[in-house]
Write a protein that binds this ligand. Structure first.
Ligand code: TYD
Length: 201
């Protein structure tokens, strides 16, 4: 393994295993002698707390987009510092989450302009990841994994997550992300992630 800073991002709808895989990837990289920092969005600081509150209060998705992006702006400065110190930074969600989730929420009001607005908004705020892995899953299966069983808004949520995943797949094509189906055996998914990451560490 080299020794330079590497920025790895996991994206995907809720229940695709991003946090489990981040932890397993961290352990593997540490065995190989790398210093690894796990991080996530929304962050744990006060901007992240504001984002979570906005999520609960059902604010206008434009307001949410600005909050998620503000949180990301500060987070990116911290990521930059870690990369300068040659850490491997594994980030659970990044700008793709805003483009996919808020893009799907804004589609009704803004049509195709939603995605381009969100990409433009995030452009000056983000750092280009070395690797982005998009984990995909059938939204119905992913919802079961996060325990969304008896919720009356289940079908609405499933349809929404289907749109979120479609937007993710469009981003993956345009930005050359790696797409991995996360429905299979966890160890196989991890091996596929390692094969992609190996070339950068
Ligand atoms: P999640 O990763 O589930 O964080 P936690 O489990 O720690 O609360 O993120 C919370 C929700 O926020 C999730 O449904 C995805 C959504 N989200 C967005 O809609 N836009 C974004 O930019 C981000 C980062 C997350």
């Amino acid at each position: 393994m080299s020794g330079k800073g590497v920025f790895i991002v996991f994206e995907g709808i809720d229940g695709t295993g991003k946090s489990t895989l981040s932890k397993k990837l961290k352990a593997w990289l540490e065995e190989g002698g790398r210093d690894v920092v796990l991080t996530a969005e929304p962050t744990e600081d006060w901007l992240g707390a504001a984002v979570r509150r906005a999520n609960q209060e059902d604010l206008d998705p434009r307001t949410e987009s600005l909050l998620f992006t503000a949180d990301r702006c500060q987070h990116t400065l911290r990521i930059d510092e870690l990369l300068k110190r040659d850490k491997v930074v594994i980030c659970d969600r990044y700008y793709g989450s805003t483009v996919a989730y808020q893009g799907a929420a804004l589609e009704h009001d803004m049509g195709e302009n939603a995605v381009s607005w969100l990409l433009n908004l995030n452009g000056p705020v983000v750092r280009h990841p070395d690797v982005t892995v998009l984990l995909t899953s059938d939204p119905g299966v992913a919802m079961l994994r996060v325990g969304n069983r008896g919720d009356p808004s289940k079908f609405e949520r499933e349809g929404y997550l289907r749109r979120v995943q479609e937007t993710y797949l469009m981003l993956a094509r345009e930005a050359a992300w790696t797409v991995i189906d996360s429905n299979g055996d966890l160890n196989e998914v991890l091996e596929a992630v390692k094969r992609v990451v190996q070339a950068y560490v």
